[in-house]
Design a protein around this ligand. Structure first.
Ligand code: PMP
Length: 414
């Protein structure tokens, strides 16, 4: 495919790829074709430089020192929080809590808001396509509280059945927790309407944005979600850093989770008073370099523009869907009408792990397995799929390579 086509939505993908050192390597003698972005994304030079700069020049603990280095590291750490606030269009930086990732963000809500507000017989609603990290924390909470986990069913396309979801909401619903985008199928859920419906039932709504925030514009005020979780490493930032957005009124009222330094106002053996959000939820020395790297990643991706990212990834999705549909014996799993650039599939007579292994031999990185979403695999009568998941630095040529690679897989198994 020509470079001209790869700038169709105003993105010079060839130029962008130069910003990602990891994309330049060969694997097993072939140029790397990295199609495992739903698991984690590659990092642009700007992120690596920001982390290096912190460790080379500004390394000091935050919020504690009056010395120059501490002032610099605090400014960079809090500056990144403001960057995240703008990225999500949150109303205030105090609504942005740093966590280890989406998983920890969801656990934080379950263990603080959930523990404080749920009683026996209360209900938590999730959907059938959730990642384990948006299932297990709620199961643990339900077991502790005697609450009930209800699961909105998924149709054959991989969409949540809207009327079934609506029926599930009732006077006992306290929390609704939904993925904005499914990591296993790519389904984009209509979360804005689903949040409004949750609110009408008197519940709070948490959105798992792990697969959404890196790929489309997100506005938490427009969505009107109560909590929003995402991970830095899937958004071109470092591992070990993530975000929980929470509405100020909810974070204010929530009890803290972990105890330690920074989350307190004063401590005596008789009584401890807690700091304000977000610090109330950030006990101990945080992942300072991670937050700074995340800020740099967000700066990078917002310079490109999330609208253009979404448009380009959609072009790739359409191209990839058509190409994969032409592969004999291949069945796409997840054919929702609104989809992110995730292509999950099975190939007749070949185990997904064998597909991934053979493709790896050609330098093509995809994921095979249950994608930490066993219930949705089971819904489709499967234990695993192969999954190619795309990012804005992917190209038509890489999809062609995937299709050629699958041709070789078929030859081996014929
Ligand atoms: N939710 C979804 C939809 C995901 O895809 C993932 C990661 N695969 C997570 C949550 C968990 O993210 P992390 O492992 O970074 O905490």
């Amino acid at each position: 495919m020509s470079a001209r086509i790869e700038t169709a939505v105003g993105l010079d993908v060839g130029r962008i790829r130069e910003d990602f050192p990891a994309l330049r390597q060969t694997v097993h003698g072939h140029p790397l074709v990295y199609l495992d972005n739903a698991a984690t994304s590659q990092k642009p030079r700007a992120v690596l430089d920001a982390i290096m700069r912190f460790y080379e020049r500004d390394c000091a603990n935050v919020h504690r020192g009056v010395h120059q280095l501490s002032e610099r590291s605090t400014a960079a750490y809090e500056g990144a929080r403001e960057t995240v606030r703008q990225f999500l269009n949150a109303a205030a930086p105090a609504e942005i809590v740093y966590t280890r990732g989406a998983t920890e963000s969801i656990n934080l809500v379950a263990q603080t808001y959930g523990r404080a507000n749920l009683r026996a017989g209360d209900e938590i609603v999730v959907s059938g396509l959730e990642h384990h990290s948006n299932i297990v924390p709620w199961q643990m909470l339900a077991a502790e509280k005697g609450a009930i986990l209800r699961v909105a069913p998924i149709d054959d396309r991989g969409e949540i059945v809207p009327e079934e979801y609506r029926k599930m909401l009732g006077p006992r619903t306290r929390i609704v927790a939904l993925a904005q985008v499914s990591n296993a199928l790519g389904t984009i859920n209509p979360v804005r309407e689903m949040i409004a419906q949750a609110h009408a039932a008197g519940a709070v709504a948490l959105i798992d944005g792990a697969q959404a925030a890196p790929h489309m514009p997100v506005d938490v005020q427009d969505l009107d979600c109560d909590f929003y979780a995402f991970s830095g490493h899937k958004a071109f930032g470092p591992t070990g850093i993530g975000v929980l957005f929470g509405k100020a009124s909810l974070l204010d009222a929530m009890p803290p989770w972990q105890g330690g330094g920074d989350m307190i106002r004063s401590v005596t053996f008789e009584k401890t008073t807690f700091n304000d959000p977000p610090y109330k939820f950030e006990a101990g020395t945080p992942h300072i370099a991670g937050a700074i790297g995340l800020g740099a990643a967000i700066d990078y991706v917002t310079t490109i523009g999330l609208d253009r990212v979404a448009a380009w990834e959609h072009e790739l999705l359409v191209y990839g869907t058509e190409a994969l549909e032409r592969v004999p014996g291949l069945r796409l799993i997840g054919t929702a009408r609104r989809k992110a650039a995730v292509l999950s599939f099975v190939l007749e007579g070949v185990h997904p792990h064998d597909i991934a292994t053979i493709l790896d031999g050609q330098g093509i990185a995809i994921r095979a397995g249950h994608h930490c979403a066993q219930p949705i695999m089971e819904r489709f009568g499967l234990t695993a799929t192969s999954r190619a998941s795309l990012a804005f630095y992917n190209t038509y040529r890489e999809i062609d390579a995937l299709v050629e690679g699958l041709g070789k897989v078929r030859e081996i198994f014929e």
